[in-house]
Ligand binder design. Structure first.
Ligand SMILES: Cc1ncc(COP(=O)(O)O)c(C=O)c1O
Length: 372
């Protein structure tokens, strides 16, 4: 029996707090909206699972909604996905170091895995390990398309590394990857709309350059929730690696991605209504920085309407309730929308999947904290 079975059917007010909730109706709308978009373009969606830390049931929902394979950030996430029965997993990252590479080639022995590279030393290490393990490792060359994080430069440097991968025993060259992280939180929607097609085109042109030199390219993977709708329209881009669309951050919404709803909230409880001078409009809640991530911004208050978070310490939140029609009492529930879902999910062992106010399911988060 599922250890959480007794919680199914509970009303929201009966869940112990702090707790992490998913509004299933909103999440299903997000999935449907993304599927609908991809029905109209030739690129396919290879959903990123780092948002929910490779929680198998959420990955299954992304595949059921049309995802072709999965994308993840960590080797540990790929291992979890493989153990949950998924095949065709792209690790959109470099796997470096003897121990990690040994784990990677071992994983490749029992599932279809793809890894990104951006340095010849890494290519040689992967080739040696794959050959020693007797596996063929599928590889994409990561191209720096403006984010200035990882990746080799477009055109000739990308071709050179592609050729090395192509000619290396134990490796199978599949193509290119480029992530436009510079067009996310730091640009306006107008700047993004102007720059995203150009950025994706740079990757597509690099593909053409590589192909003109005689190397076959089957995958060109790009983009995320901020820019999928631009990148997916550029001929030559075959896959989009978006993930946040599933549950949505308030930070993404504020920066112009408005077609997806925020499905994730943190449920808390009012634990104090202090009476010292100046505290008239203050409610203290049991949601602090250990229960919701504040790296990008303080959370928004979804309920009670009109309240806002003034500050957060490790265990407590200070909530201003001056704008609330009926001020909350001790024990009342509050619901907060995190600015960063990914880092918030990392703080919890399970999701409460809610249909309206009722717990429909409880899903463990096995990848929480799986940072290797
Ligand atoms: C390489 C890479 N690809 C894809 C994504 C997914 O982007 P999003 O979560 O905005 O959908 C990220 C997010 O950080 C990323 O780093």
């Amino acid at each position: 029996m599922n250890a959480h079975e007794y919680e199914v059917g509970l009303h929201k007010s009966e869940i112990d707090t702090p707790a992490l909730l998913i509004d299933l109706d909103v999440m299903e709308q997000n999935l449907a909206r993304m599927s609908e978009f991809f029905r109209g373009v030739s690129a396919v969606l290879r959903p990123h699972v780092k948002l929910h830390h490779a929680t198998p049931i959420l990955a299954h929902k992304q595949i059921a909604a049309g995802g072709v394979g999965l994308t993840c950030a960590k080797l540990s996430e790929a291992e979890l996905l493989a153990a949950a029965g998924f095949t065709d997993i792209l690790i959109a990252n470099q796997i470096v170091g003897e121990r990690k590479i040994r784990r990677l080639v071992n994983l490749a022995a029992y599932t279809e895995v793809i890894v990104a590279v951006d340095h010849p030393d890494n290519v040689r290490a992967l080739s040696a390990a794959a050959t020693a393990r007797g596996v063929t490792l599928r590889v994409l060359v990561e191209v720096n398309i403006g984010h200035n994080r990882c990746g080799v430069a477009p055109f000739e440097p990308a071709l050179e590394l592609s050729r090395l991968v192509h000619d290396s025993p134990g490796l199978r060259y599949l193509g290119l990857m480029g992530y436009d992280g510079h067009l996310t939180l730091k640009v306006t929607p107008e700047e993004r709309a102007a720059q995203a097609p150009e950025t994706a085109r740079l990757l597509a042109e690099t593909r053409a350059y590589v192909e003109a030199a005689g190397l076959p390219v089957t995958i060109v993977s790009a983009s995320g929730t901020f820019t999928y709708r631009y990148a997916a329209q550029i001929p030559g881009i075959t896959e989009i690696q978006a993930g946040t669309y599933l549950l949505m951050d308030t930070a993404f919404q504020e920066k112009g991605v408005t077609e997806f709803g925020c499905a994730l909230t943190v449920l808390g409880t009012v634990t104090s209504r202090p009476s010292y001078p100046g505290a008239e409009n203050l409610a203290i809640i049991d949601v602090g920085r250990k229960a919701i991530d504040t790296g990008w911004a303080l959370p928004q208050v979804k309920n009670p309407a009109g309240a806002f978070i003034k500050s957060m310490s490790q265990e407590h939140g200070r909530m201003d309730v001056s704008g609330v029609a009926t001020p909350p009492q001790l024990g009342d529930r509050v619901e907060l929308s995190p600015s960063d879902c990914n880092c918030t999910i990392n703080l919890y062992d399970r999701f409460y999947a809610m249909r309206g106010d009722i717990v429909e399911a409880v899903w463990d988060i096995p990848g929480r904290g799986a940072s290797t």
